[in-house]
Design a protein around this ligand. Sequence first.
Ligand code: ADP
Ligand code: MG
Length: 772
Amino acid sequence: MERLRILHLEDNIYDAELVHTTLLKDRLDPVITRVDKRDDFERILSQEQFDLILCDYNLPSFDGLSALSIARQMAAETPLIFVSGTIGEERAIDSLKNGATDYVLKDNLQRLPSAVRRALQEQEERVKHRKAELELQLAETRYRTIFESSGTAMAVIEEEDMMLSLVNSNFAKLFGYSKEEIQNKMKWTEFAHQDDLPRMKEYHVLRRTSSGSAPREYEFRLRHKSGALRHVHMTIEMVPETKTSIASLIDITERKQAEEQLRQQAALLDIDPNAIMVRDMDDRIIFWNKGAEKLYEWTKEEMIGKRWSEIQYRDMKEEYAAAMKTVLERSEWHGEWTHKTKSGKEIIVDCFWKLVKDEKGNPSAIYLVKTDITEKKKIQAQYLRVQRMESIGTLASGIAHDLNNALGPVFLGIHFLRNTVTDEKGQRTLHLIEASTKRAADMVKQVLLFARGGDGGETTLQIRHVINEIESIIRDTFPKSIEISTNIPKGLALVKGDATQIHQVMMNLCVNARDAMPEGGALTITAENVSLDGQTAAFLEGATSGDYVVIRIQDTGVGMSEEVKERIFEPFFTTKAVGKGTGLGLSTSLGIIKSHRGFMNVESEQGKGTRIDIYFPAVSTPQTEEGTEKREEFPQGHGETVLVVDDESSIREISRATLESYGYQALLAADGVEGVALFAKHMKDIDAVVCDINMPHLDGTAMLHAVRKMKPSVAVLVMSGVPLGAVQGKLAEDVKPFFLQKPFSVEVFLTTLDKALKSALKTWTRTPLMEE
Ligand code: ADP
Ligand code: MG
């Protein structure tokens, strides 16, 4: 142990010696420096350090209190003990008040060693304490510096009342205040967004009651001084053993805004009806919108992370690789794919691929937009088919029209010749010619029906009778290897139509069924009432909603391939050998059905058979008597004059022959102009005008109008290769002609002429105003 360094202020050497001995006796071994003057005292204090000052109170040149005050100034840390004679209680107290450590009387010196020891010990403790205090101060400064200079916004929250007792500059800056404005003035809760306030309070309560269960990290929305919102990520921790928490906040407003923007964009993409997806460069799906869910039937959850190529392009690896190459080279790719949906449905999609690059320009993802064009493709195909049919129709009707003109004279000629050719051989030949011509005329009629759709009869009829008739015919004529059955329920609704035409349709279909079953099979004909709602109708080509009678003709024959099915309604399309099929059966049937405002549905599978459903709109009126037309004798003329106007000379000639052999007189003109001229000249004698509609110069409609003007009572007849419906519109109101569809037989010609004459006579007699 170092020796005790003592400064002793004492004028009396004996007393000084006594003090020294007393200390030595008590095993304190001091080095004592004695001074007795003020100057020396001050000097030595400025030069040296002592562990203890002993001081006499009564000095000749100096007093104890002054010494004390000097010592306090110059060696504040050094304890000072007065060693003196009696000084009185008051002074003693004064001295202690002024900083002396103790007071020992000279006549009680034995107390000195213990007083010294205590003073030294106290001093030692004081130093220790001071040091600890310093250290604490240092730590405090250090933490304050950390608190202040930390990059994050920090705050100390008093959990008692949520007061912010300390905040750093970052915190103040984050919310637009100064530190002073906040510290001990603002509460934590004043910053919260009102929606987040309950949560903030809840966590606060949790921290105070059971600090373990309060979340340490969470996100809040807090208000800036300006009122703007800041999103913060906050970490909060209770300081152990206190009611204080330290919070550190990170501003995540921008991140939140970016997230929000992304969310909005994703929501927008979800509204898009197109299928939109994003694939990363590893071909994994990272985005899948609602449109994609709808189109492909896979949900987002099912698809995110999956490899698209493994789902769609297993069988198209090469095409897929080519598309990938293009998108990498040119940043985009556009094309069509046939994809499969979750349920295995095939869809055609129009795809647009766009390469997305990162900031460095490296490909990072592919953005894909797909549009379902399955329906569009189907409609396109349908449209093309309709167009093809239309052009074929136009072509066919043109040919048919010319054929009609060519056949007309043949017909009339045959009849005319019948009366002149009398030998049996000639008659037979005539008969053959007539049969062939009829067949040709029938074909032409079919083509025209297909092209123009026919007229659609106006009688109300019961389909059951038609089917029964057909059944008896095919039972008689079809091979026995074909088993025929029919099933027609009672109460089948009536339809409006032409029995002959429906008959023809059914015949066509049954013959097709027969041809499809060369080895035999089953042919089933059924009929029933059906009521189609809008939705069902939408699935059937050409259908609208309503009540129908449907006839189903089903066979167990060879069926049709898709390619054949595509084309069966084209006129002249046949898969049958030359001479066997005309390719007109189905196209004509369709034309007829359409003119009845019905439609057809074909179901066929190769090797299994075919079912064709034909729908006719049902009518609710009760069934009428099916009138059978009475066959009249050919009506004869009684010398009436008939003007025939046609640009075809053969028709003119044959008409004249016919008219003359049946008791009429004929006048002929080659076109409208000539016709009008002749009429004007022979107006008085002319009882009827028969004219073609399509003629050069002045056409039939104009001519008829003119003659009716000149002579209202004249009977008029129109001949045309096209159905009446098609020309009616062109005729003036007052001209209500009788109609002769080319080619016509002698019987039809004479009967119609007779009707026209009778009708004109009736009008003539009933309306005397029209008298000439
Ligand atoms: P055609 O009978 O003269 O060939 P259609 O217009 O009646 O002409 O028929 C066209 C084609 O449709 C036929 O050649 C045949 O290929 C096909 N077809 C029609 N009906 C059937 C059926 N019931 N079964 C199989 N194929 C059929
Ligand atoms: Mg056929």
